[in-house]
Design a protein around this ligand. Sequence first.
Ligand SMILES: Cc1cc2nc3c(=O)[nH]c(=O)nc-3n(C[C@H](O)[C@H](O)[C@H](O)COP(=O)(O)OP(=O)(O)OC[C@H]3O[C@@H](n4cnc5c(N)ncnc54)[C@H](O)[C@@H]3O)c2cc1C
Length: 406
Amino acid sequence: MGEPLVVDEPPPGLEEFRAEVRGFLDQVHELTSHASGESTLERGRAYLAARFDAGLGAIDYPVENGGRGLDNRYARAFRVEAARRKSDDRAPGFGIGLDMCLPTIRDHGSDDLRARFLASGLRGDDVWCQLYSEPGAGSDLAGLTTRAVRDGDEWVVTGQKVWTTGAADADYGILLARTDWDVPKHAGISMLVLPMRQPAVEVRALNQMTGVAHFNEIFMDGARIPADWVVGEEGDGWRLAVALLAHERSSIGAGGGRQPIPTDRIIDLARSTGRTTDPLVRQDLARLVTGTRIIQWVNQRQDLHPSIAKLWRSRQGRDASHVTSGLAFPGGAAWLGDPMGATEPGDFLGAAGSHWAYGICDSTAHSLGGGTDEVQKNTLGERVLGLPREPAPDRGLPFSQVPKNS
Ligand SMILES: Cc1cc2nc3c(=O)[nH]c(=O)nc-3n(C[C@H](O)[C@H](O)[C@H](O)COP(=O)(O)OP(=O)(O)OC[C@H]3O[C@@H](n4cnc5c(N)ncnc54)[C@H](O)[C@@H]3O)c2cc1C
């Protein structure tokens, strides 16, 4: 006989906790409602402050870091309750901080960094951005050339970042910079916290084909960082960069950031255009429904590599865009309503009605942000399937000797 099936016992007090969450969600409904008139960022800030003050800001963080000290079954219970009510428990604009930067500081930062940033970030006082990609370092992130040099009690940073989501609103950025040029490229990188609001940091908006400037270029020319705002150890930045990327992929896979056009809206579109009897359309819709369910199931598994959920989401984004294009065009190409009003993922079908074109144009980003599909597949091939690593002739060379374009 095989081992008996072990079923997880619900943790103590889960039902009481759920009731507490439902009470909280009832109270904050106004704050998350689009009718409240505030900007999305301000609505998110108000929501996070209320959630933090109710003791629900970070359910699975240690109490000393502003959390509730419960395990992730309670955190999941919160998400389930919020999803049941269709409450927006993500606070758009704060996801990079909440899902990526703060967990990395929690796990790897000094006591001082944790005390300085965790509670205020969880409350929504600070907005964060992720300063990783550069014009010459995207998929080959370890090839980054932004430089941080120690000057007394400070680091001085010079270089350029690009595609930085939300930087225009950010107070702080998690920065990868090179602090040692005489060791191989992965070994000379440090992770620092950059205060964004200083004259030596220039943020320039990048306008996208959606009509929205969702991300930015960042120019740092002698920007200053206190010496002890290094996350982890100096030179250990690559390990922490990978840890943060795992949080990012999990977050994207679980529904953070931009959303594929929702399947139920596409089914409504098929109904309203009288196409639900078309066998090809039915097949497309069935694929979308299946993809939605698979993403839900993949996210319930604790043991899967985060690149798997990320790849499913990017495929769903593309499929949803493709099916919508077929159903909505030519009318879908029109910008009905105010596309500039649709500044957040998920807002594209907002009150004005038909922002199909926004969703269609935005869908290409699913396959890029958080690492491209090809890079996810390389990662799965090498780390999960154990296939041979990609050739990397520069891996052992001091970075200063690696040939560069400029
Ligand atoms: C919506 C969005 C939001 C983003 N937000 C941020 C952010 O907040 N912060 C940040 O730092 N960056 C951000 N990025 C940048 C993103 O991480 C990069 O665009 C991504 O890592 C790819 O880098 P790249 O654009 O330089 O493309 P490249 O690396 O130049 O890739 C070009 C093409 O080559 C392929 N390729 C490259 N190397 C390989 C390989 N080894 N094997 C197979 N194929 C390969 C890629 O898959 C891609 O198709 C964002 C991007 C998008 C689209």
